[in-house]
Design a protein around this ligand. Structure first.
Ligand code: PGA
Length: 246
């Protein structure tokens, strides 16, 4: 089964109302580029989503998080159905910054994935080890994959492998390591959901992807795209990454 390639921007808590111009410029680039090899998704902060969605159909949009319940007295939170209702197609779940600062763990993440998929959103589920966990990486990744609920529509699931120590640091594993780790993740997935189903799931790499290293990472046979933080805040850099697939 041919897997879909994705180039996904995670703006995190960056940008302003004026950042809509980044979206305009990336949309314009996609319109004119001959290298349209991946589905492009941008996940801006919540306040900019609705306007971004209205701006272009060339790009899909996603939230950076959603609550694990459908509604209620949860000040400051956003539900999966709210994201869906304004036209979002994707949501990032389990990003290491939320695991670290919001203490999100297995059970909550399991519910988030469930409710997002129930609301017809595609989930970009992030996993990855910290620097201190490199030696037990397999165990960490296996535990994190345990948050994936049973009996979900697997067509709605995308995995992003993001070593925490590579995020925003300018450091990445070697391309060999990335390819091997992605292969291991697919083996772990296949033990969980079966070989055939695991073959259909896109596994993206994230962590210091930039225009200079994108081609060497994105064209690895086990890598199905990228989740890009810092380099997605500059339209020219993000556009170069979009063009890096051969
Ligand atoms: P980075 O972030 O590209 O700035 O390293 C990636 C991410 O956290 O998704």
């Amino acid at each position: 089964m041919k897997r879909v390639k994705y180039t996904i921007a995670n703006w995190k808590m960056n940008g302003s109302k004026k950042s809509i111009k980044i979206i305009k410029s990336v949309a314009n680039h996609i319109k004119n580029t001959s290298h349209k090899k991946s589905t492009v998704v941008i996940c801006p902060p919540f306040p900019f989503l609705a306007e971004a969605i209205k701006e272009t159909k060339k790009i899909s949009f996603g939230g950076q998080n959603c609550h694990h319940l459908s509604d209620g007295a949860f000040t400051g939170s956003i539900s999966a159905s709210m994201l869906k209702s304004i036209g979002c197609k994707y949501v990032i779940i389990g990003h290491s910054e939320r695991r670290e600062y919001q203490k999100e763990q297995t059970e909550e993440l399991n519910l988030k994935i469930k409710i997002a998929i129930k609301n017809n959103l595609k989930v970009i589920y992030c996993i990855g080890e910290k620097l201190s966990q490199i030696k037990i990486r397999n165990k960490i990744l296996k535990n994190q994959l345990n948050s994936i609920p049973k009996q979900i529509n697997l067509k709605k699931l995308i995995i992003a492998y993001e070593p925490v120590w590579a995020i925003g640091t300018g450091r990445t594993p070697t391309t060999n390591e990335i390819n091997n780790i992605h292969q291991k993740i697919r083996i772990l997935l296949s033990k969980k959901i079966g070989r055939t189903k695991s073959q259909g799931i896109s596994i993206l790499y994230g962590g210091s992807v930039n225009p200079a290293n994108a081609a060497s990472i994105l064209n690895l046979n086990q890598v199905d795209g990228a989740l890009v933080g810092g380099a997605s805040l500059k339209s020219s850099d993000f556009s170069k990454i979009i063009d890096s697939y051969s």
